[in-house]
Design a binder for this molecule. Sequence first.
Ligand SMILES: [Zn+2]
Length: 408
Amino acid sequence: MLVRRSFLLLYCLVALLALASGSPIFAQRTPSSALPLPDVTGSEIAAPTVQIIRLDFNPTGSGRCEVTLTPWPEQAKQAVERAAAIWSTLLNGSQPIVIDVCWSTFLNQDGTPNLGLLANCGSRTGAFVNFPGAPLADTDYPLPLANQLGNTDLNGSDPEMQCRFNASRTDWHTSVDGIVPADQFDLVTVALHEIGHGLGFEGSLTWDDGDDSEIECNNTLGVGCYAQIPAVYDRFVQTTRGKGILTFENNSTALGDALIGDALVFEGVNAKVANNGIAPRLHAPTSWRMGSSYVHLREDTFQEGDNRLMTPNTESGIAIHHPGVVALGMLKDMGWEIYDLSRAYVDAGNSGMENGGVLHPFNTALEGISAVPAGGRVLFFAGDYHENLTISRPMRLESIQGIVRIGR
Ligand SMILES: [Zn+2]
């Protein structure tokens, strides 16, 4: 059954916080252990294709990019396109995802430019619940995912997601090379993170600060609350003691305390498999941070390593061009079709369907190296790949037959 409600946008308000950093320009890490090899051929038979993601830069009109400072710099557009291309190698939905991408001015309450924020993003939600194909009843799926699960474009030509990037900042690294100066923020990394929110890293839980200016729950300091129809993300959140977050009484202090107790996990089968059998910890600091708490992996747990893309803070001088297997496991739990691409196949001669499996390999080296996590393998069919590659995490490139030439 299709239930239409008001159309709204959920934002991750504080997406990534700028931190002063003395990090090296970029350091490669050696893989801690070899990744298990999946049965790629078995899982790809029903695969639709590489996920199509279309970007609409600075669209105007009601509900679109209302405030834009300047036109998108061309190189910045290419960085966001690269982030979308990375996601497209990892997701395998049949329905295109359309994203409004805004080069926006963020303002503080006093009207001055907000320079601390890098970007924010959210899917369109709340419009379609209990649609045919929905795995869970009375659950709000982000529209990019709802469309795949329903195998139809539920919202027609409207965009599924909106992401805004801070045009006032002057410290963006907009090249796609992954070689980031120590005092700059990598736009590919930030865009990859933000799109991750719109794909599923968003929930309905919030905490009330008791301040009248914006009423989060019932305007009582310290209570927590959730939407009448919760988000699919909410369905997987538990305390470390195993109590589902939605089993707390709504608008209660007990729920509020749980949200700021630094003891929340994402209890999903695939997330646990990707995290060595342990439910990944979520960011739940002891003071609530709107747009940051609850919808990220825990900073202290995932600060280092290959799963840090979806933590709430980022540093200048680093490039993270893969979401990490934990975030992918979480998205899989929420309903996304994702292949375990710890190995990806590439064949320059493939002009048909592509999903990185041996039957339907990617046809560019770039797609192959974008798809695998750190420690992954990219297996090339013989041929010439006229591409220049920058690889910014450890991986193995192998020929599975004959001579492979990469380069222009
Ligand atoms: Zn974020």
